[in-house]
Design a protein around this ligand. Structure first.
Ligand code: CA
Length: 236
């Protein structure tokens, strides 16, 4: 039997840590909790783990320091779990050496797909071993969306997308032609199940995406508005 991949959860809020651990174990991994930055660092470098979920506000050492210290010695995948937008900005702005991040509150589904992708990447698993539908990029007109590599190209040229831009595009591409309301997209992409949603997040992201993928963002050919419903992606 294949040995289970093991995930280290560095999180000082006991409830969050336990819910994460429960869900991760239920998803077929092993998981252990470290409740402060210092012990998190020691455990992360023990060689027992395949991935680290790293909170930022932590006792003893904060997540950024832990990440930096881990990177001096190890290339283990690190996913930051951030509570605030400012922290997200800091992750993007700093060369922290993290591989990925999720912003609280997140859906576990989203986190799990990031865990899978990062473990797979770090294992250097060859594409041929993946399921065909996972390995093949989705091609829509001039656009190509490669979920295995988090890579989007238009006319063969890579497009720089933020994580949310990418998530939204990949989600709509996977559900081509189906229109989703702003609320549905907020829940799917942002994971704000209990959030009295700021659906403007969706509009802003759609606008940014159009600027990147459309020839004329004011007359979109890919990312369409369905009046009274929401947004969908189509073949031009
Ligand atoms: Ca914390």
């Amino acid at each position: 039997m294949e040995t289970k991949k093991k995930i280290l959860i560095v999180e000082d809020e006991k409830n969050i840590a336990q819910v994460l651990q429960y869900n991760i174990i239920k998803s077929g991994y092993d998981a252990e909790i470290a409740s402060d930055g210092g012990s998190g660092l020691v455990r992360a470098l023990s060689g027992e783990f395949d991935l680290v979920l790293l909170d930022i506000m932590l006792p003893v050492m904060n997540g950024f320091e832990v990440c930096e210290q881990i990177r001096l010695k190890s290339q283990i995948p690190i996913i930051f779990v951030t509570a605030r937008e400012e922290e997200k900005d800091k992750i993007l702005g700093l060369d922290t050496g993290a591989d990925d991040y999720v912003t609280k509150p997140f859906s576990f589904k989203e986190l799990l797909s990031r865990i899978r992708a990062n473990i797979r990447r770090s294992a250097g698993e060859p594409i041929a071993e993946k399921k065909a539908e996972e390995a093949a990029p989705v091609v829509i007109g001039d656009l190509s969306i490669d979920c295995a590599k988090y890579l989007v190209t238009k006319g063969g040229e890579p497009i720089e997308l933020s994580k949310k831009d990418y998530d939204l595009l990949a989600f709509l591409a996977a559900n081509l032609g189906r229109a989703y309301s702003r609320e549905e997209l907020l829940e799917e992409i942002w994971g704000y199940e209990n959030y009295y949603g700021d659906t403007r997040n969706v509009d802003v992201t759609v606008c940014r995406l159009r600027n990147k993928i459309e020839a004329d963002p004011s007359k979109p050919e890919y990312l369409m508005t369905k009046r009274g419903v929401g947004y969908y992606l189509r073949r031009p």
